[in-house]
Design a protein around this ligand. Sequence first.
Ligand code: BT5
Length: 326
Amino acid sequence: MNLDAQILSALRNAGSGAVSGADLSHTLGVTRAAIWARIEDLRSFGYEIEASPHHGYKLLNVPDVLHADDLLSLVRPGQIIGRDIRVFEATQSTNDVAEKLARDGVGEGVVVFAESQTRGRGRMGRKWLSPARKGLWFSVLLRPDMRPQAATQLTVAAATALVRAIRSVAALEAEIKWPNDILIRGKKVAGVLTELNAELDHIKYLILGIGVDVNLMPSDLPPDVRKIATSLKAETGQTLRRADLAAAILHELDRDYERIRNHEFASIAQEWQARCATLGHRVTIQIGDRALQGRAESLDGDGALLLRTDYGHLERVIGGDLTLQK
Ligand code: BT5
């Protein structure tokens, strides 16, 4: 953690109390003048920090901006996901930035956030709208020791992590629509885009791109997307502090990544199945120009969907566009 993150963390730990400049300077091993300079800088980002000669520094209010040091100060010790955080004001796509970091040899766990994306993408070249400061648009770089066929485990993990984080921060029960949509009352609130670079039997790196509609309102989206999308603000009537949600998602994702590393994917799959709006229903899955019809039965050990087709076969499906049959 760098100095700003350590200061923010100390101020947070003090709760409604204050921390003296002398204490901060002593614990962090820098001069009081250096602390003061960092406090001034944080204030310029919108952090409201009271400075009183008698009591010291007190955190009064934190702005709804994404700030790498602030996010880092919210990451729990020992987490892999989020041990390195980069925030951009604008990028084309955070997945592209993460991919570049991967090619440069950056270690797994780095998370790239952008306040806005000019070319956010969904699957199969579709667009992902990413209005500035209204949502969480980010990518996580992972280097899992697994076969490419098992990569779907991570999409499944991302979905369960999103459901838990949304529950803990917004008190909403979200549902999962296979393979990568998170829905609230049938409308999409988040999506996951998993991209990987792999050899035949081994993943070199994998990028989980996650988009969450947090504080946007229907009017922020064009009419065609507005019809199918919602946001946490639209559902709760409240503006959420995005950093809190981001921290919760990274924490939950880290827990699931640990379960995957410990070969406990079955427990994630179980959780996923309990929140999945798709299982047990008759569905059509469009894969390119092929349409499969049948009953969505369960997930297999790699996270693929098992579909009982109308001909009685069990098909293993790893991607596609799913519609529920009425
Ligand atoms: C997805 O694709 O749902 C994956 C979305 C992943 C976005 C993240 S943001 C950070 C990272 N960087 C990127 O460039 N991407 C990732 P798909 O299932 O193909 O859904 C795309 C469809 O969702 C579009 O065709 C629209 O109909 C709809 N859509 C677009 N923007 C949306 C939004 N902000 N909220 C809800 N739905 C949206």
